[in-house]
Structures are given as structure tokens and as C-alpha cells.
Ligand binder design. Sequence first.
Ligand code: ADP
Length: 624
Amino acid sequence: MSTASSALDSPTAPLPGSRPAEVIAAERTLGGDLRVLARICRLILRYRGRVALAVVATVVAGLFQLAIPPLLGRAVNTALGLAGDASVSGAAAREGLFVAAALLLAASTLRGAFTLVQNYGGESIGHLLAYDLRLAFYRKLQQLSFSFHDRAHTGDLITRGILDIDGVRWLTSAGLLRVLLLAILIGAGAIQMISTDITLGLLSLSFVPFAIWKSTTTRLRLRALWLTVQEKMAILGRIMDENLSGIRVVRAFGAEPHELTKYDRAADEAMAITHERVRTRAGYSSVMTLSYFVALGLVLWVGGTRVLAGAMSVGTLTEFLTFMTILQLPVRQMGMVVNAFARAATCGARLFVVLDHQPTIAERPDAKTLENPRGVVRFDDVSFAYPGGGDSRTLHRVSFLVEPGRTLGLVGPPGSGKSTIAHLLPRYYDVTAGRITIDGEDIRDLTLDSLRRAVRVVQQDSFLFTSSLENNIAYGDPWADEDAIHRAAATSQIEGFVERLPERYQTLVGERGVSLSGGQKQRVAIARAALLEPPVLILDDSTAAIDAGTEWRIREALRAGAANRATIIISHRLSTLRHADEILFIEGGQIVERGTHEQLIALNGRYAALHALQGRHDLTEAQP
Ligand code: ADP
């Protein structure tokens, strides 16, 4: 796919207080819009067979539609001729009328049949395109780096994946095919009418330019209002979402009146714009109908005068009036067509910006697979700044070595950079300077899959999917057998709890399942990693919500397989780290002290001070 240089207006512009989505936003231009539409057309042309069928059906349906006015005109003339001719027998008159009616019916039926094929073709192309885009978009979201997800608004991405794909989907049926139909009706129809009678032809078409102009400008106005309503609705949604998520805080602080006022204000604004939409739509409809009837009246007047003067047949006048009736609907729909183009350009631009985004963390073409990893982890003079964070470095020249069977402990104040170290090892981000190796291989030379199979991180915020406990534990290895799942649950000390649940491992957990406590969730997350028996295991404050006794038992159980594993434990609780082979005290992104527990106590520095503080705290807590 080529690069979309244009981008978006934003139906879900960043809400006040939300993270900016500048990473996926850009300015829109007319040239950019045209490029986006051209790109969508190229995607549509992938379905060549269906496109050909829909185009042929549209052309044929249009031609049959144009056949109706002359047929009707001829039928009227036949009827009048037969009625006025005394020499024609009743049977012959009926036959003449029957032929005229049968021709009319045949033309209408064929028009209907080809319109059906046109609608089917247009819709099916739209759905196929939406299907392809949906898959491509979801696949892209899986590939994009954390630096992208850190800055992109989740709600915005979901909108793009649903509403924007829908906006692109309508281009074929509501935009391209309708333009073709309208071009045939107006073009061929105008030639047909003007060649019959130039004055009446021009009068019949007189409402067309006004109607197209009015319907287009009104539609664009309605669209702008619709986008604003969407924005207001997004704000309403966010207020409600926050209110429901924080319902306990709202109630605890008696903030209901404040919350109601906030919601009322946003709802009022949305209502005002909705009213304006209704007014615009109603006004537009009346003006359009008036313009059509004025033109119809003029044709009747001029045509009627000619009929009375004997210069024109009633059938020809009927032909003009029928032509106007046929033209009325598609001309009124011109606004919808323009809207379909405008919407596809906006939505397509928003989608393509994401689809064209290149992940900053990518595999080298010659990336190696890490075969049978041993788990020798080395940080070599590593410095790191978060993307978009300017020059301010989160880590400064961090070096350490963890070998299989050994445990490294990381401790330090919040925000000192401990989790950042955990994020660099599986390459969620790339180092700014220095290098990280596993078994002597720079991790940037390895395939991401083999690297992330070797390094498993258990985060503090354990996320559970809405699925059974078994599926949650076996997430990294869906083929794991039951014994392995039970062993992992036993290691993380969650087995006893699971056994007491009525449906045991089949219990549904996650947002729509049984609510687990923070500690229980953390234990499921530890089981998920333990099941995979990785050569490098990082526990990032992942026992913070677990009591010290249970934590000790988890550590003992993990120790069983620890001989072949490098373990990195991040914790604010020093008792967790006490038995580590080396402990690093991190502050301001730097290692300020390092050694075993005993060495650090003997050093009598930052670690020893923290130890003394936690010791006192434990004592205070222990008192009745
Ligand atoms: P710790 O784990 O020691 O509490 P972190 O490694 O989480 O500390 O954070 C270190 C610093 O990096 C903090 O100042 C934090 O605000 C910043 N930081 C953490 N994550 C990101 C991110 N995704 N983008 C930008 N800055 C971040």
C-alpha cells in the first residue's frame, strides 16, 4: 500500500484531558483527500469481477429507466388515438393498450432486476473491502510498538477500527455507483429530452443544478454538524464511563451534584446541535420540493399550451413529466453521494495513517532465531529515553549480568526506572545507547518471537481476559495439558482457591466473570508465566498485592525450576529480594548501590536506610 500523506479531521478529537493522539493525526488537504479516494478505488478494484458486474448492471438499469418515459408517452398517445378513432374495434383497442402496458411493465421489471444486481454488487464489494480492512487494521495494531500505543488513544483506535471502516465501506454503493447512475440519467436523459424539444427539455432539467447545489451544501453542513454531535457524544460517553468506573469515589465524596452538572452541560450542547441538524434538514427538504414543483409547473404550463395549440402530443408532455419524476429522487440523493465521498475521504485518511505507521521495533531482515536459550542476560552500559520524551534519559549507563540459576533484585523509589529495565529486555522499546544481550546475542539481532518466548514478564497490573481460568493460565501455550496447568497454579499458590470454586478451572473470570482480588489476579498472572518455564523470568512488582507468607511459598515453588533460569525480581518489599544473588538499588535511572543483601547492609547506604525503615514498619504492623 502506498503512503497516505493526508490525514484526518477527527470525529473523535482528543477529549479534554485525554492523551493527545498526535502520533496518528495529520492535516487534511483537498489533494490529500483525492489521493485517499484514489487509494480506496484501487482497493475496490481488487474485486474486479464484482466491480464489472455492478457497473454493467448500473448502466443497464439506467438505460431501462430512461426507456420508461418514452414508453409511457407512447402508451398515452396510443390510448388517446384508440379512444378517438371510431373505426377501431374494442378488441383491437384492448390489444394496443395491452402491448403498450406490457412493454412498460417489461422495462420496469428489467430496470428493477438490474438495480438489484447493482445494489448486491455495490454492497458486497463494500463488505469485502471492510473485511479486508478490518483484518489489516487489527493485524497492524498487533505489530505496532509500545511507543505508538503509549500515545494513541484507545477509544480513538476503536473508532477507526469500527466507524471509519464503515465510512469507507459505503463509498462503492452510496458513492461511485450512484454517481454513475446519475451521470447516465442526467446525461443520456438530457440528450433524449432536448432532442425531442429544446425548451421543454431545458425546463425539465431546470431544477437539477439548484437541487444538486442545495443538496450538496446541506449534506456537507449536516455532516459537519454530525461530526460535532459525535464529539459531544464521545464526551458524554467519557463522563459516564469515568463516573461508572469511579462510582465509589463519587459516592464517597458526595460528588453526585457535580457529576450531574458536568453531564447536563455536555448533554445540553449535544442537544443544541441536534436541533440545528433537524432545522437544517427540514428547511432543505421544503426548498428542494418547492424547486421541483416550480419546474414541474413550468413544464405543464409551456407543454400544456403547446398541446392546446396542437403543436405537441399529450404523450410527449407525459414523457417530459415522467422524466422529471424519475430524475427527482437521484438528484435529491446527490447530497448523499457527496457525503459518501467526503466521509470515505475522512475515514480512509484516518485508517491509512494507522495502516501506514511503521513499527519502530522491527525485526532485521536477517534476524536470528534464539535456539535453546540458556538465559544469560547482560545489560552493557544501557541508557534509555522514552520516545517523545526529548533528551531526558530514564536510564543512565546501566550494566549487570544475570546467569542461569541466579536471581537479580531491583529496588528503588517509584519512577526510578525499574519497570523500564523490565520493558527493554523483551524489546518493548529499544535502548538509546549501549546494548542488551541474551546468550551473547544482541537482542536487536534476534527474531521478536524467539526473544519474547525466552523472556517472560509478569507485570504488576495483571490483566485477565474474559474467559475461563484455565484459558487465562494457558494463554501463552493453548496446547498445555491439564497437569501442566495445575502445576503452574500450584506454583503460584492459586490452586487451593481454584479448587474451592464450583466450576474450578472452568470458572469464567475477567471483566464479565467472577471478580478476583488484586492478589488472586497476580497469582493467575504468575501461573501464566510459570507454565511456560521461560529461561528468563521477570517479576515486575508482581507480588505487591500478595501477603508475605504466600509470596514466600511462591518463591520457594519457583525455586524448583530456577536452576535453568535467570530471574529478575523488582520489588519494593526488601524481604522479597533478600535472597537474590545481586541486588541493584536504582535511583534516577542509575545504579547507586549494588551487592548482596549483607553487603548492602554493611555498606550502610540507601538500601540499609530503606531496610531499617521497613524493619521498623514491620514491627509497628506486628504490634497488636
Ligand atoms: P519504576 O518502575 O521504578 O517505578 P518506571 O520505569 O515505571 O519506574 O518509570 C521511570 C520513568 O519513566 C518515570 O519518570 C516515568 O514517568 C517514565 N515513564 C514510564 N513509562 C513511560 C512511558 N511509556 N512513556 C514515557 N515515560 C514513561
